[in-house]
Design a binder for this molecule. Sequence first.
Ligand code: ATP
Length: 375
Amino acid sequence: MTQQQQTAGGDVRLAGISKTYGSFTAVHPLDLTVPQGSFFALLGASGCGKTTTLRMIAGLEEATTGTVFLGDRDITDLPPYKRPVNTVFQSYALFPHLDITENVAFGLRRRGIKSVKKQVDEMLELVQLGDFARRKPHQLSGGQQQRVAVARALINHPQVLLLDEPLGALDLKLRRQMQLELKRIQTEVGITFVHVTHDQEEAMTMADTVAVMNGGRVEQLGAPADLYENPRTTFVANFLGTSNLIEGEIVSTGGDLVVAAGGGKLTLPRERCSASSTSSGGRLLLGIRPEKISLAHADDADAIAAGRNRVTGRITDSSFIGVSTQYVVESPAGAALQVYEQNIERDTRLVPGAEVVLHWNPAHAFGLDAAQAID
Ligand code: ATP
């Protein structure tokens, strides 16, 4: 990539940024730092405020309160076209009457630059569309059009590229391809990408850091694996994949927490618990991901290694989905616990009605406030 494009811009920093529309608060005061050069995702369900946040970074939406910094520079009052930031929209917004070269060259031409060929060629190569330079947008697939939109934004050498659900219009297979493609482009150009999506898998695949938004607030921020393994709220636990949440009462706090649940006792390392109270008698939700649970036939329970958490249950449903077998288990600890087991031979699968013991390594569980609503 060109030297110009690697020019440092600094972190994007939102300090107390909020947006209200009349009496409705779309984004509550938000402090957020997007590290320079990172691939950052704003993830959340429809209406949670992620697009509004992105548009406040772009300058397309005026913040009600707060300051937007790019590095040390306060850009809050700069109009969009003066910010070193570009946006790619889901709709691509390509000019239908212009060929791909002229679409990509548009920003340069507008700035009065006549000799555009070298830069356009470089951009088309970056997005692997060198052979399509003379086509019109309607002669390209959706994924190719999206890549043109990215090239058109990047040719202006922004310090930050904002992507507003850029893959939303693509079918699933193309989405998956484009996720990897955008990740490759971001790594190659090295600038900050801020990507808005409601698709948790997309955010997890692409981003270095994900901010999970809910109701106009960031509920949790972190690396994808960290969010998945250490969710701190039920919303995050449920939004990022499936989670079993077992309600229990803390009965011992000596070393690890001991939680009474479903007639048994479960261990939870203290550092894995983000419930606000961890004192004896407190209630919490013990979370465990379905793929972290193993199943043993009740008759084989003696073979389960010491130190693992155990819960008895009865299988009510099983489905083989190729990469794993997914079980639903009825248990005193929960009405419909989900268990995913991989590498199971078809003929060793447990069948509905089987009495089983669910067991897991306590270090794989996490503890959450019981008071939170389970979504
Ligand atoms: P989606 O994925 O559906 O685009 P989002 O998380 O990006 O959702 P926003 O577009 O940021 O959500 O909107 C946040 C909230 O603010 C929504 O409830 C929306 O209805 C509201 N909102 C957005 N723009 C306006 C506006 N101009 N006037 C009033 N309310 C608005």
